[in-house]
Design a protein around this ligand. Structure first.
Ligand code: AKG
Ligand code: FE2
Length: 331
């Protein structure tokens, strides 16, 4: 029986989100991804140490502590970790880093168990939408204030439809939030507003108290637009996936624990629909009708991002932001 049965899809329809337990296998799926990031962190730390920017390599520390230590020292590790370019493409230069690793591609984006579940929600023609991030959140108190952006610290109320272009409002974009570590109310789990997906795109305002990624503002739904339903935290175990609708209002809690919280948020939509960030490359992750269109090579995926980057750098900035900074409703 599929892990997404009728009860699971009914819950998704009703609440706008549903937790599916044990989608990823700790050994087969999660371990290679963790190893790939450990290698990447190691390479960056060695480089910064060799350049004299770090006084130690912290080689003896476990991954989470080492990452936290390096961040606390002000090293900008997150652009090297993320699996997308910065959302505000003006920030992309020809040296903007991005992580397009084989383990991320094979064990996550094209993970057959994950795609089986995705197929139950959006059907068998599955496009891997390029709006995707890794978020490894250290204990918030240990992160320098200037670095507490949305990949590192808590995230305020928004809908995923609100952070992509308007042309994707009708795209059946499914968000898949994958827990690499356990996520708890102490370490920054997600908080969802049940039923909020039944409304339209709500007003999002630029907030200056919280940072988006790479110098952008964070987009936030003002309190009075959140509706009457009680926000519900969703604790998860490593390997679980939280699926949610593009209109579901959600946020995440601050990490007040002593350890990192690690997730990937991915998005999938039926092939042929607008991605919402057309200057970024998605790919066909599964097609039952035309299997020959599936992208199967992680190197090709990496090349798509390099090509997109070159294009952005050469062509200037696509005007991306549906929310005006001077919207009078946000005053
Ligand atoms: O992981 C987080 O803190 C927020 C993630 C999020 O907003 C999303 O997955 O759409
Ligand atoms: Fe989101």
């Amino acid at each position: 029986m599929s892990i997404v049965d009728q009860a699971v899809s009914d819950r998704f329809e009703e609440q706008g989100y549903v937790l599916v337990e044990g989608v990823l296998d700790p050994q087969e799926d999660i371990q290679p991804i963790v190893a790939e990031y450990a290698e990447l962190l190691d390479a960056m730390v060695e480089q910064w140490h060799a350049e004299g920017r770090l006084s130690s390599t912290y080689r003896e520390m476990p991954f989470g502590e080492r990452l936290t230590e390096v961040l606390a020292k002000g090293m900008p590790i997150f652009p090297h970790f993320d699996i997308s370019l910065p959302p505000i493409s003006a920030d992309a230069t020809d040296v903007t880093p991005i992580h397009c690793g084989a383990a991320v591609f094979n064990c996550l984006l094209r993970n057959p168990r994950l795609l089986d579940a995705v197929e139950c929600f959006i059907g068998p023609e599955i496009y891997c939408n390029p709006v995707q991030h890794v978020r490894i959140k250290p204990p918030e108190r240990l992160v320098p204030k200037a670095m507490r952006h949305s990949l590192v610290a808590s995230v305020d109320w928004h809908q995923d439809a609100g952070v992509v272009e308007e042309e994707a409002d009708d795209t059946e974009m499914l968000s898949a939030w994958v827990a690499v570590t356990n996520a708890t109310t102490e370490n920054s789990c997600m908080v969802m507003i049940p039923g909020s997906h039944k409304a339209d795109v709500a007003l999002h305002c630029h907030t200056y108290e919280r940072q988006g990624f790479a110098g952008s503002t964070q987009l936030t739904i003002p309190q009075e637009y959140l509706g009457p339903n009680e926000p519900t935290p969703v604790p998860m175990r490593a390997g679980d996936v939280l699926f949610f609708h593009r209109m579901t209002m959600h946020s995440s809690l601050p990490n007040v624990s002593n350890d990192i919280r690690w997730s990937f948020d991915l998005r999938f939509n039926p092939v042929g629909q607008h991605s919402g960030r057309p200057w970024f490359p998605g790919f066909v992750a599964r097609s039952r009708a035309r299997p020959e269109t599936e992208l199967t090579d992680p190197e090709e995926w990496a090349q798509l991002w390099r090509d997109a980057q070159a294009c952005l750098v050469a062509g200037g900035t696509p005007a991306f932001n549906r929310w005006k900074e001077d919207d009078p409703r946000c005053a």
